[in-house]
Design a binder for this molecule. Structure first.
Ligand SMILES: *Cc1c(COP(=O)(O)O)cnc(C)c1O
Length: 384
C-alpha cells in the first residue's frame, strides 16, 4: 500500500467521520497519464457512474474531454457540471430520456434498432454513435461483454439497417461504440483490444460511409483495489505505438474506475476492539452501507490505521497489537465486513481506519439507507 498523502490525512482529520475524502489532483493526474499513453487526438470521456461527486467530475472535465453518462440523472449532472461533450449510453432509455439527451446536445450511444427508430420518432435529429456487440472480439480473459450474448448494443447484422434509418431520420452518425470490458488489469491485452477496435471501426466506417469516425472503445481499464498490481500505462503506450487510424478516425475511451479508484479514501472511527472465539475484530462506525465493494466482490480490502492519542474515558482502552484483525461495520449483519484477518501492527478503539482506493464504485454502489444509519461526510483534499 502506498502511503496516504498528507493532504488526504488532513482532510480525514478535518471534520466528522466516517468520511470519504476525494482528491481532484489524483483524478487529473490519472487522466493526464492515460492521455500520454493514447494515440494523439484520442478523446477521454470520464464515466461518471464510477464516482459522480461534483469535485471529481469537475476535475475529470478539466483534464479530459467530456463525460460518459448512463441515465437522465447523470445527464443532468453532466450538464450542470458544464460538460461540453456528453456521451449517453444505456439499454433502456425512455422517450423522455431521448428527448432530454437531444435537448442537451449529448451524443447518444444507440443500443438497438428499436431505440434508433424511437429516437427519430420522439426526439428528432441527434448526434449518435451505434453501440455494436461485435461478432468476434479480440479481448482475452473473462471481462468481455462483446462477442457474447448481452443486453447491450446491436448485432453487426443490424448495422446496415441502422445506418439507413439514421440517414432517413436526419441523425448525424459520428461513429461506433464498442464498450466491452470491465476491470482489465492487463495493459498489453487492453492495447490489443483498442487496436482491434480501431481496425474494426475504420473498416465499418468505410463500409457504411461514415466520415472521420469516432471509434469509442469504452472503459474497462483495471485497478487492483488491494494495491498489489498496477495497470501498466507504458505497456499500453507500447502496444498502441503504430495503431492504424486512417480515414480521420479518432479513438475514444470512457474510463471510470481507472480515473477515480485511487482518488478516494474511506475513513471510519474504531468503535470497539474485541476478541471472539480466538479471532480479533475491530468494529467501525461505518460499514458496507458506505463501502460495499469488498462484501459484494468477496475480498478483504487492505487498510491503514491512523492512531488517535486522545482517550476520554477513565477505564482501559480496548486494542490489540500484532494480530490478524477483521474489520466489521456497524450493521447488525454478519456480512458487514470490509477486511478479514489483515495483519495489523496496532489498532485501538478511537483510532481511525482508512481504506485507500475506494474512489470508484464505493459510495456509488453501496446500499446507503439500509438500517437508517447515518451517511458519511464527504470532503475534498486541498492541494497546495
Ligand atoms: C461502466 C461503463 C464505463 C466505465 O467502466 P469502467 O470499468 O469503470 O472503466 C464506460 N462506458 C460504459 C458504456 C459503461 O457502461
Amino acid at each position: 500500500m502506498t502511503a496516504i498523502p498528507e493532504r488526504v490525512v488532513r482532510a480525514i482529520e478535518d471534520g466528522p467521520k466516517p468520511v470519504y475524502v476525494y482528491d481532484p489532483e489524483t483524478v487529473r493526474e490519472r487522466i493526464g497519464a492515460l492521455r500520454a499513453a493514447l494515440p494523439a487526438g484520442s478523446l477521454i470521456a470520464y464515466a461518471m457512474k464510477a464516482n459522480g461527486h461534483p469535485a471529481v467530475v469537475a476535475a475529470a472535465l478539466e483534464a479530459g474531454d467530456g463525460l460518459e453518462v448512463a441515465s437522465a440523472g447523470e445527464l443532468a449532472a453532466a450538464v450542470d457540471g458544464g460538460a461540453g461533450l456528453v456521451l449517453y449510453s444505456g439499454p433502456a432509455k425512455s422517450d423522455a430520456d431521448l428527448r432530454a439527451a437531444v435537448a442537451a446536445g449529448a451524443v447518444l450511444n444507440v443500443e438497438s434498432l428499436h431505440e434508433l427508430r424511437r429516437l427519430g420518432a420522439v426526439a428528432g435529429p441527434a448526434r449518435i454513435c451505434l453501440r455494436v456487440n461485435r461478432a468476434h472480439a479480440a479481448l482475452p480473459g473473462t471481462h468481455r461483454m462483446t462477442g457474447v450474448p448481452s443486453a447491450f448494443g446491436m448485432g453487426e447484422d443490424d448495422l446496415g439497417e441502422a445506418v439507413r434509418v439514421a440517414a432517413r431520420d436526419g441523425h448525424t452518425l459520428l461513429g461506433f461504440h464498442l464498450h466491452a470490458v470491465s476491470n482489465n488489469l492487463d495493459a498489453a491485452a487492453h492495447a490489443a483490444y483498442l487496436r482491434d477496435c480501431a481496425v474494426w471501426g475504420v473498416r465499418a466506417a468505410r463500409a457504411h460511409a461514415v466520415p472521420n469516425p469516432i471509434i469509442n472503445a469504452g472503459g474497462g481499464l483495471g485497478v487492483d483495489v488491494t494495491g498489489a498490481a498496477e495497470f501498466d500505462l507504458s505497456a499500453l503506450r507500447d502496444g498502441l505505438r503504430d495503431v492504424a487510424l486512417g480515414d480521420g478516425a479518432r479513438l475514444a475511451v470512457e474510463p471510470g474506475r481507472f480515473v477515480a479508484a485511487t482518488a478516494g479514501w474511506y475513513a471510519a472511527e474504531v468503535a470497539d476492539v474485541k476478541r471472539s472465539h480466538g479471532a480479533w475484530f475491530a468494529v467501525i462506525r461505518g460499514g458496507t452501507h458506505h463501502f460495499r465493494l469488498p462484501a459484494s466482490w468477496g475480498y478483504s480490502h487492505p487498510f491503514t490505521v491512523l492512531p488517535a492519542e486522545r482517550w476520554p474515558y477513565p477505564f482501559q482502552r480496548p486494542g490489540v497489537s500484532g494480530a490478524a484483525v477483521t474489520v466489521a461495520g456497524e450493521q447488525c449483519n454478519p456480512r458487514d465486513v470490509l477486511a478479514r484477518d489483515e495483519p495489523t501492527p496496532r489498532i485501538r478503539a478511537g483510532d481511525t481506519v482508512v481504506f485507500a482506493r475506494t474512489g470508484a464504485y464505493g459510495w456509488e454502489v453501496a446500499h446507503h439507507d439500509f438500517l437508517r444509519l447515518p451517511h458519511p461526510a464527504f470532503r475534498i483534499a486541498a492541494t497546495g
